[in-house]
Design a protein around this ligand. Structure first.
Ligand code: AMP
Ligand code: ZN
Length: 469
């Protein structure tokens, strides 16, 4: 499996630090509003990376933060006359709803910056002790950028070029930096802002330190993959590297992955231009699976243009897969129960060729555009070869391949039919009777039927209880 590493600007063979395991940190949203479709791109893209790795057998520890202390959150809280935490909790809940609708798996851990302040203070202390940071008179703590010799290695920037670009800061007189390149680790509180007690002053952290700290706490000093949108390469990720490597004395992330930007009508999507859509806006017109499919139809590193025509094309593309699966289901209802014929077995071997094509595309730096094409080819193949004369086993095998590949992309192409309460009760009753009659095979079979339909059974002392997953 090859992964493009922003650090080396090359595709590299993926070799995890620990065999069979992947540790992955994805910078999450600042929660002051409903997420927009640009924020959804890294969520969908890196969820797909995770799903593919899990499919390959890796155990993935996936951490994605919520930035819940920030100027924009505080501004919104002041406008509404409430606490910053009320705003951030509201939009974390809304973000989780959008993620679920996009079929983005919850992270193994979703840490919040405000719950990790002690860790941030510890890391800042370490940086001061090691001579990489200093506190100014007003209590602001700065990272001494020039003390980290490799600064600029991710964004491929040269410190002296940066310095000439930042000249305006030198004359601003607004801060007490020793060098205009130094960046904030901790800043003093201002009127109306949340604050925490720290050795330097009452205040709050700068933005970059949270990710270094959360990544270390939940994944360790060295991790496999660190990811986010390409706008984060500089300064956010460059600063994270400086903080983590200076504090821990070890390389931070082995692979740095960045998604390209989502534009609207070929223009940069921006709140100030008013040309942005929230995920919620899109959900009014489309099933969010269509948005997910649209995002995966391009390579994750390419810029992607959002337009009504492209969304319609995505809708049609997804429909083709869904229709093929429902057609296979329909044929299966009346299909012969016989074993696969030789010809059918041969066709399934041929169909696996499309699965190999899918894997090849994904192994090449997660080329979802080509992977989706392989699904289309498989669908076309299924549509050509499945008919009323096909056996059930053959139809089932074809369907399983399509559903498996779609599932790796996080695309739901088969809606489980909702079961009515009465149907569930009847099956539970039958299961009880089967158990009494010691017919455990039938009892297990019924449990499996219910699990497939998303019904969870719980055997309690008062009897069997059930709920929908
Ligand atoms: P933010 O809330 O601005 O920190 O963004 C959260 C994540 O969304 C980061 O990984 C950003 O890089 C990413 N992001 C923001 N806008 C876009 C966009 N228009 N296209 C792609 N990714 C974006
Ligand atoms: Zn981050």
């Amino acid at each position: 499996m090859k992964v493009y590493n922003t650090l080396s600007r090359k595709k590299e063979e993926f070799v995890p630090l620990e065999e069979g395991k992947v540790s992955m940190y994805v910078c999450g949203p600042t929660v002051y509003n409903l997420i927009h479709i640009g924020n959804a791109r890294p969520m969908i893209v890196f969820d797909t990376v995770r799903r593919y790795m899990e499919h390959k057998g890796y155990e993935v520890n996936y951490v994605s933060n919520f930035t819940d202390v920030d100027d924009k959150i505080i501004k919104k809280a002041n406008e509404e006359g409430t606490d910053a935490s009320v705003i951030s909790e509201r939009y974390i809940a809304e973000c989780k709803k959008d993620m679920e609708a996009l079929n983005v798996k919850p992270a193994t851990t979703h840490p919040k910056a405000t719950c990790e302040i002690d860790g941030m203070i510890d890391m800042i202390n370490t940086l001061i002790d090691k001579g990489h940071a200093y506190a100014a008179e007003d209590g602001t703590v700065y990272f001494k950028t020039r003390s980290f010799a490799e600064y600029g290695k991710l964004s491929h920037k040269n410190l002296d070029d940066l310095r000439s670009g930042e000249r305006s800061l030198l004359v601003s007189g607004e801060d007490q930096k020793h060098d205009p390149l130094d960046f904030v680790l901790w800043k003093p509180k201002k009127e109306g802002e949340p604050f925490w007690t720290a050795p330097w002053c009452e205040g709050r952290p700068g933005w970059h330190i949270e990710c270094s700290v959360m990544s270390k706490k939940y994944l360790g000093d060295e991790i496999d993959i660190h990811a986010g949108g390409e706008d984060l390469i500089f300064p956010h990720h460059e600063n994270e590297i400086a903080q983590s490597e200076a504090a821990n004395g070890k390389p931070f992330a082995k692979y740095w992955m960045h998604n390209g930007f989502l534009n609207i009508d070929n223009k940069k999507m921006s709140k100030s231009l008013g040309n942005f859509f929230t995920v919620r806006d899109i959900s009014e017109k489309y099933d969010l699976q269509v948005l997910r499919f649209f995002m995966l139809s391009a390579h994750y590193r390419s810029p992607l243009n959002f337009s009504a025509e492209l969304m319609e094309a995505a809708k049609n593309g997804l429909d083709r897969i869904v229709t093929s699966v429902s057609n296979l289901n329909f044929l299966m209802e009346s299909a012969d129960e016989r074993e696969m014929s030789e010809t059918e077995a041969q066709l399934i071997t041929e169909a696996k060729g499309f699965v190999d094509k899918f894997d090849e595309a994904m192994d090449d730096d997660f080329n979802t555009a080509d992977a989706v094409s392989a699904i289309f080819e498989l669908v076309k193949f299924a549509n050509t070869h499945a008919d009323a004369a096909s056996g059930r086993a053959f139809l089932q095998a074809l369907k399983e391949e399509i559903v498996m590949l779609s599932d790796i992309c996080g695309l739901i192409v088969e809606r489980k039919q909702e079961m009515l309460d009465e149907e569930i009760e009847v099956l539970i009753q039958e299961r009880q009777e089967a158990r009494k009659a010691k017919n455990f095979a039938r009892a297990d079979e019924i449990r499996n039927i219910l699990t497939d339909k998303g019904i969870i059974l719980e055997d309690t002392r008062e009897g069997v209880k059930w709920k929908r997953a």
